[in-house]
Design a protein around this ligand. Sequence first.
Ligand code: ADP
Ligand code: MG
Length: 227
Amino acid sequence: MTLGTSWAIDWTRACAAVIAEHRVELITLDRDIGDGDHGENMDRGFSAVVGKLDDLASDATPSDVLKLVATTLISTVGGASGPLFGTAFLKASVAIGSEPQLDSAAVVALLRAARDGIVLRGKAETGDKTMIDAWTPAVDAAADAQAAGEDEAAVLAAAATAAERGAEATEPLIARKGRASYLGERAIGHRDPGAQSTALLLRAAASVAAGNGEAHSSDANTSGTES
Ligand code: ADP
Ligand code: MG
């Protein structure tokens, strides 16, 4: 089994659905240690992406889908997270090239390029209490799963579980990047909103790959026929 354009499209839809569902939770997390707009920012961005999916060409590759996500997030999401997630999806789209189907190695390359793009842009290190604290364990777990011979869905599931643990592990940290860094010790005890949204996006990727995500369809590009 490999992951094609319909996986990328369904993942995008699943991201929009899960972010909409967790909008208030992300707002609350960002209200605790930031300015309270993270849920709003992400919801606006992914809703805009869904509105553009029908513009994809019928022969669009997974890379084309990720590029559409990237450009839309960059142009519609304000704050720190728009350019950071936008860069992540852009670098991921470049990393997977024009391959119509992604194998487990390509999935690891996608995740690694996304993480590296965020680091390049935001300069956060592990333990700075940012989305990187979800992305880096996710990349490491994905690479381990791939090296152990796991398939794409299992690689994504490993990434999602590691991202969820990474997000939770931001709670005791002091922030060294972003708005939360102004709070010093007052950030302790609060989960980083960007790490939480990262975990949601990666769980969505895994769920769709496993066949139980939002709007799963057959492995042909159905962008022209879906409403
Ligand atoms: P803003 O902070 O501008 O209001 P958001 O609330 O949408 O933007 O996003 C905040 C999230 O962005 C944080 O929870 C954190 O995960 C992430 N973030 C902020 N700065 C950085 C950075 N330099 N590197 C990586 N992630 C960052
Ligand atoms: Mg904010």
